[in-house]
Design a protein around this ligand. Sequence first.
Ligand code: C2E
Ligand code: CA
Ligand code: CA
Ligand code: CA
Length: 277
Amino acid sequence: AARNGEDGVRGYTPAMRQVFLRRFQLVTQFRQALDTGQVEVHYQPKVALPGRQVVGAEALVRWSHPEYGRLDPDEFVPLVEATGLVDALTFFVLECALTKVRGWMDRGLRMSVAVNLSVHNLADETFPDRVAEALRRHDVPPQLLTLELTESSVMADPERSLPLLRRMHAMGVVLAVDDFGTGYSSLAYLRQLPVDEVKIDKSFVLGMGTDLADMAVVRSIVELGHSLDLLVVAEGVEDDASREQLIEMGCDVAQGYLITRPLSESRLEAWLRARTR
Ligand code: C2E
Ligand code: CA
Ligand code: CA
Ligand code: CA
């Protein structure tokens, strides 16, 4: 029989109530979190294969919540994406990222930075002009900015997103398809997207050492990417065996815990100094 207690009336259990409360708090507190320094950007370097040269870094957002501690973007980014605040998030990360690239340039390092976009950004007509403005203001060439987008965010509304992507591509910004291989219209649409880079989803890269099917998927994405003249990046490279296999397949760039975990700004700078000494 259905419970009919205080919480049972609407079918909510105390545990569900906790989850909803936490989500509600995260959504309502995010704006203030951005403004009070609780949100910061970490960076995960990418290296050119077969060597060790650092070619860029991906910007990954982190939230140190006063009550809940360090929050994973997989928990709060989807919540923020459901609100108008995702625009503020993207531009917060973009500002941090462009400041970083400018700093590298000033020290003679040529490294690009990659920023993750949300589906909302790709439906916003003003987005490309605001990216162009930020690049000008930071005096960063567009070639040093990569924007990572998922196939599903593009395909949510291709008639809106494709013109935006074409404009940014024409500006010289590098466009990458993230989590590639997880969507199911991949091959047919990839040809039509104005993109320069494809990132093999980490689930395949993580599995390639133990699962022949994952290995085959990785190999075919590398081949497909190259046949379309795209730069192929593997994320989730955790061990030397995978790195060796990726080199043998001709994969261009690697990112993953084998190289380093995402690093705070200060740890990144120390890591880069140790590398380039
Ligand atoms: P993503 O774009 O696919 O980012 C790669 C994720 O894989 C990161 O998780 C990274 O820490 C993790 N990773 C990197 N190397 C390895 C590895 O060798 N092994 C394993 N197991 N994992 C690895 P993270 O930082 O937790 O980010 C999760 C997701 O949150 C990202 O997935 C991205 O979709 C989203 N995200 C992060 N930052 C932003 C942002 O600024 N804006 C938006 N819209 N989304 C973001
Ligand atoms: Ca990404
Ligand atoms: Ca990814
Ligand atoms: Ca992802």
